[in-house]
Design a protein around this ligand. Structure first.
Ligand SMILES: *Cc1c(COP(=O)(O)O)cnc(C)c1O
Length: 222
C-alpha cells in the first residue's frame, strides 16, 4: 500500500476547496507518519483513547478531528487539543464540550451530526432536535464552543441514488440552519460528508469536507 501515492491520486480527484480529513482509525502510527510526510495535516479518529495515544506520538502541527460517537465522560481527554468534533448529537454533549473547553480557555469547533442514513443504528440528530439545541437558552450562553457546520454518514448501500438523496438532504439541512441561525456569522461553513466509497457524490452534492480512510491507507485490520 503506497500511502503517498494514494494521497496524490486522491488530491487530483478532489477540488481545492474541499478539505480532506485522513481517517486513521485502527492504523498504526507508522502509517499516519507516512500520510504526514505526504503533506496531510488533518487526521480523524473515532476512539478517544486511540486518538490521545496518537496525538502524543505525532507532530504537534496536526489538526485532530473526532469523528466517532463521543461519550460525555470522555470529552475531558480531548478538550486541550481537539480541532473539530464532528459528532455532536445532543445538547448534553455540547454542554460537556463547552465546560471542558472553558477549563483550557479554548473555543472548540463542533459539527452537528445528522442522522441521514436509512439504518437505525447510526447516530445523529433530526432537524427538530437540531432546532431545539440551537434555540435553547443553554446553547445561547455557551462561550467555549462554536457550531461550525454539520456532518452526516450515508447508508451503507450500493444504491447510489439513495446515497445521493441522503447527501442532498444533509445539504438542505446545512442551508436551512445557516439561513435560520447563522446569517451573521462566517463560522458556520463546514459540510462534512463523503467517505472513500461515496466522496465523489458527496462533493457533487456540496460537501466541502470529506473523511477518507480506506482510499488512503487500504483496508483496516480489525
Ligand atoms: C471510518 C469512518 C470514515 C472513513 O471511512 P472509509 O470508508 O475508510 O473512507 C469516515 N467517517 C466516519 C465517521 C468513519 O467512522
Amino acid at each position: 500500500m503506497n500511502i503517498a501515492h494514494n494521497i496524490q491520486e486522491l488530491k487530483k480527484s478532489i477540488p481545492d476547496h474541499v478539505r480532506i480529513v485522513t481517517v486513521s482509525k485502527m492504523q498504526p502510527v507508522s502509517a499516519l507518519n507516512e500520510a504526514y510526510q505526504a503533506g496531510n495535516r488533518i487526521f480523524g479518529e473515532n476512539k478517544t483513547r486511540e486518538l490521545v495515544l496518537k496525538h502524543a506520538q505525532l507532530p504537534s502541527d496536526i489538526h485532530w478531528h473526532f469523528i466517532g460517537h463521543l461519550q460525555s465522560n470522555k470529552v475531558k481527554y480531548l478538550a486541550s487539543f481537539i480541532s473539530l468534533i464532528h459528532s455532536i448529537d445532543s445538547l448534553n454533549l455540547l454542554k460537556e464540550v463547552n465546560k471542558e473547553a472553558f477549563k483550557y480557555n479554548r473555543v472548540i469547533d463542533c459539527l452537528l451530526q445528522f442522522h441521514i442514513a436509512s439504518e437505525e443504528t447510526k447516530f445523529g440528530l433530526d432537524m427538530a432536535e437540531a432546532r431545539l439545541i440551537l434555540e435553547s437558552d443553554e446553547y445561547k450562553k455557551m462561550a467555549n464552543i462554536s457550531i461550525a457546520g454539520v456532518m452526516g454518514m450515508s447508508s451503507f448501500s450500493d444504491d447510489m441514488n439513495l446515497v445521493r438523496q441522503e447527501f442532498r438532504n444533509l445539504h438542505d439541512y446545512f442551508v436551512t440552519l445557516k439561513s435560520s441561525y447563522f446569517t451573521h456569522s462566517d463560522s458556520f461553513k463546514v459540510l462534512s460528508m463523503g467517505m472513500s466509497g461515496d466522496y465523489q457524490i458527496a462533493i457533487e452534492e456540496g460537501s466541502n469536507m470529506v473523511r477518507i480512510g480506506t482510499a488512503v491507507f487500504g483496508e483496516r485490520q480489525y
